[in-house]
Design a protein. Sequence first.
Lengths: 225, 225
Amino acid sequence: MDRAYKEVQQITLAVDCIIFGFNNNQLEVLLIHRGFEPEKERWSLMGGFVGNREDLDAAAHRILHDLSGLEDVYMEQVRTFGKADRDPYERVVSTTYSALILKEQYKAELIAQYRARWFSIDDLPNLIFDHKQMIVSALNRLRRRVRTVPIVFNLLPKKFTLPQLQLLYEGILGEELDKRNFRKKLNTMDFLVKLDEKDMSGSRKGAYYYQFDENKYNRTMNFNI
Amino acid sequence: MDRAYKEVQQITLAVDCIIFGFNNNQLEVLLIHRGFEPEKERWSLMGGFVGNREDLDAAAHRILHDLSGLEDVYMEQVRTFGKADRDPYERVVSTTYSALILKEQYKAELIAQYRARWFSIDDLPNLIFDHKQMIVSALNRLRRRVRTVPIVFNLLPKKFTLPQLQLLYEGILGEELDKRNFRKKLNTMDFLVKLDEKDMSGSRKGAYYYQFDENKYNRTMNFNI
DNA sequence: CAAATAAGTGTTTTTATAACACTTATAAAT
DNA sequence: ATTTATAAGTGTTATAAAAACACTTATTTG
């Protein structure tokens, strides 16, 4: 191939995906148990290499799709890790992307195929390279973003209850929220639709289901938790 | 060289620096008039390529130093631009870093050497590739950051006046601030030291000089404009 | 029908932000 | 010397946002 900048060295470029899910009132990350070299039998993020004619964003989506079967997932670039020795085997610069998925959408057979597992963010295994740091920075970003952008609904089924939503926020933010203040805010923002169906599984009284109404949200784009 | 991931394509990796300065109550960006191909005679950010054994952050500092003569500059990674066709000559992925420098520290001979020029952010020339977008995203980040981290002092001399500081904030944020509220906030945060020397150049009354006291700031790390 | 349990609901207090106008120190002009 | 012009400096009130706080209700189970 022709090279316009001939003297310049080239570098292997990777994408690593921090895939967040939610379960048992805990924020979780999907990790794979590497059945291949290098670093065989250790845990790592889902990653892959960027093709020479491939957009960086597209590479992230392709890798996520290959490793999770998911398409059309909300994903954001986090940051690029470029220490020369971050991968001891070869110089690899890696850009991280973070995705929020509903765990049930993740295909069980892929879990088996990649020997993947969900880990609570409070209880991560030893990870290869700088993957721990990558998760930390993605989590920090997530904690900032969830307060101003309605992305948490990617982690919940279409119908969810307010206690569920609150537990999700508490799980992500790592702090407890006041039930009344939380609901008051949601109410004033006015993008949740109350159904007249109840989830009876979590309590005797039952909790009403709600849905996120994207159109209502788009009218104001006002979001602040 | 040995390659651990043999089948993987490699990509040219660049760093582009968005160097902000402040003058005439305006936030400015340093651009170079390219005297070389490709895109000769057009304006661009200061950039360069990442060496194969070089940390990404180090590359950013090296490039900044080469093109500005500056060392020990406060610099932050902004984001990575990776569209396959962003550089029409060759596939180049570029990570942007943003720096804030005091214009007077920038060596005049380098301005000549690189045919560089400061441009007000409200009046940018046509730029190559996606450099306009890069400036926009760095500016957005800067606007968020200046409110919670004391980085503006990089754009001011050691001794500065409160009117100067306020004009700087107004220039960065692109909005006017209330003088009394602005000063009240600074006062409660308590990291500025008032000198008993006045700057008489801007008014008849003269404005007291202040200094940023990093130790005082570090005690509370409380910053919010 | 009593007990247990999580869901649901408003008001008050506190804190932060926003709005607002006059006095003062000095240099320059007369 | 006196006046004039100019930007620097200074507090209070009003409004909005965030935080603190406790009881009632619907339903299941024993």
